[in-house]
Design a protein around this ligand. Structure first.
Ligand SMILES: [Zn+2]
Length: 189
């Protein structure tokens, strides 16, 4: 087959050379509210082709490769004094696989335990192509059963940050502490 990125012939959907380039992510930090940060591994332009793959059947393979190059490396270097739980935002999407669940699963490590189906959006809205005002008017209305946990939020892409902050608020209302959020890419870079 052809590498999705460079289009050279490759055994894998992303060739070895392109994977090596992605293995050195440019870590980006963005403050979403006072003292709360989102960290992303790539700029949107760097991996736009791959992010769009979530709408296609081969998207799970792409996300598994990207997650092992970024989220997994991060988790292996993450040291914390107690157990932290990772939660994917919008896990139950209309696609055949959940890209945020794949990313979150790759955080499994000494100090991080991924949890699934613990944060549910009761209002399913598509935000793509809509502005901040639309996003703020049409909230996800997250519900959670988790209490008293330390949490890392996970998403594939951060745009305005509205969804992440809404998820954070829902978790905090049940006495959870959200340490930071991690996304594959930042749309503003
Ligand atoms: Zn390639």
């Amino acid at each position: 087959m052809k590498c999705l990125s460079c289009e050279n012939i490759s055994l894998q959907i992303i060739c070895k050379k392109c994977q090596e380039n992605l293995l050195i992510p440019s870590f980006h930090k963005r403050e979403l509210e006072h003292g709360f940060y989102n960290y992303s591994f790539y700029s949107f332009s760097e991996i736009e082709k791959f992010i769009i793959s979530k709408y296609y059947f081969h998207g799970d393979r792409i996300f598994n490769i990207l997650a092992s190059l970024s989220f997994k490396q991060f988790a292996n270097n993450f040291d914390f004094s107690e157990t932290v739980y990772s939660i994917g935002i919008d896990e139950h999407t209309r696609h055949e696989f959940s890209q945020t669940a794949i990313l979150s699963r790759h955080l499994k490590s000494k100090n991080i335990v991924p949890l699934f189906n613990k944060l549910k959006a009761t209002n399913i809205v598509k935000y793509a192509g809509h502005n901040l005002e639309f996003r703020q008017k049409n909230k996800r209305k997250f519900k959670t059963t988790l209490t008293n946990k330390k949490i890392i939020l996970v998403d594939d892409l951060i745009t305005t940050g509205t969804t992440i902050l809404e998820a954070k608020k829902a978790l905090e209302s049940k006495n959870n502490e959200v340490l930071f959020s991690l996304t594959l890419a930042d749309a503003k870079i």
